[in-house]
Design a binder for this molecule. Structure first.
Ligand SMILES: *[C@@H]1O[C@H](CO)[C@@H](O)[C@H](O)[C@H]1NC(C)=O
Ligand SMILES: *[C@@H]1O[C@H](CO)[C@@H](O)[C@H](O)[C@H]1NC(C)=O
Ligand SMILES: *[C@@H]1O[C@H](CO)[C@@H](O)[C@H](O)[C@H]1NC(C)=O
Ligand SMILES: *[C@@H]1O[C@H](CO)[C@@H](O)[C@H](O)[C@H]1NC(C)=O
Ligand SMILES: *[C@@H]1O[C@H](CO)[C@@H](O)[C@H](O)[C@H]1NC(C)=O
Length: 212
């Protein structure tokens, strides 16, 4: 998705904010086994209004490292929100009337490499269509680990099983060097669909959302 015409992009900025947005958060990245990995996610330019989520060592610094979490639903009677939701970055757009912000939801569906089981986390304009992610939203007790929920198909046979019993929470986040977007070489935050990652530069990490 490329935007040659800025007015198309401005239409996203004018859109209403998604319901039940919380944040901003930093995305803390720590190595699962490699304790030298300790840093934060950052949005790096990867094309016209396209960003990749990359790893930066050390303390976070500035709005390119600040994200929001949009809950995907709420109970209409109580207002209570529920997960999963999506992680959103606000792309600044400088125009004649000052800076406006275009919401961009994190997704993995960017220029898929069909020969790889590693997909980079990317941001495209729009606050819908993001990957459904969850995090442990447990307040001060700080396990804010970001995970995805899927169904375990590793025991499938031709016999149709009962549905719904095999969901698992997975944290297959890795840092992997690869080309993203319009040919940018970054150490990206990536999702690995099956172990081991086909890209040997990948290092397993955990992501956590830290409220700023
Ligand atoms: C944080 O970012 C600002 C603006 O880019 C820069 O001037 C400053 O040196 C940075 N601070 C650190 C600790 O990196
Ligand atoms: C979520 O959004 C709905 C609709 O705006 C609102 O009624 C509800 O109170 C919100 N819930 C929370 C926890 O903010
Ligand atoms: C800037 O504001 C003026 C006055 O409200 C409006 O006519 C114009 O369309 C705005 N420009 C953009 C790019 O939104
Ligand atoms: C936090 O949650 C993740 C994913 O569920 C789990 O792997 C990890 O052990 C938990 N960490 C703590 C400190 O509870
Ligand atoms: C995934 O984690 C959430 C939050 O801790 C928990 O409520 C849910 O039961 C977990 N799902 C599975 C399949 O373990």
């Amino acid at each position: 998705m490329f935007f040659r015409n800025l007015s198309v992009l401005a239409a996203f900025a004018a859109g209403a904010l998604a319901l039940n947005r919380t944040g901003p958060y930093h995305i803390h990245i720590t190595g699962k086994t490699d304790k030298s990995i300790d840093g934060y996610g950052a949005s790096y330019h990867a094309g016209a209004a396209i960003e990749a989520l990359v790893y930066l060592a050390g303390a976070p610094n500035g709005t390119s490292q600040e994200y929001y979490y949009d809950y995907s639903g709420y109970n209409p009677e109580t207002g209570a929100v529920f997960q999963p939701g999506s992680i959103v970055w606000q792309l600044p757009l400088v125009g004649e009337n000052g800076t406006t912000y275009v919401p961009e939801a994190l997704t993995f569906n960017s220029g898929v490499n069909y020969a790889s089981n590693v997909q980079p986390a990317m941001f495209y304009p729009g606050d819908s269509g993001g990957a459904y992610v969850s995090f442990h939203d447990d307040g001060a007790d700080a396990n804010h680990t970001v995970y995805l929920t899927g169904s375990d198909d590793s025991k499938n046979t031709a016999t149709r099983p009962e549905q719904g019993a095999d969901y698992v929470n997975v944290t297959n986040w890795h840092l992997c060097w690869q080309y993203v977007g319009g040919g940018y070489w970054y150490e990206t935050v990536s999702w690995v669909y099956s172990q081991p990652p086909s890209n040997p530069s990948c290092r397993a990490v955990n992501l956590a959302l830290e409220l700023i």
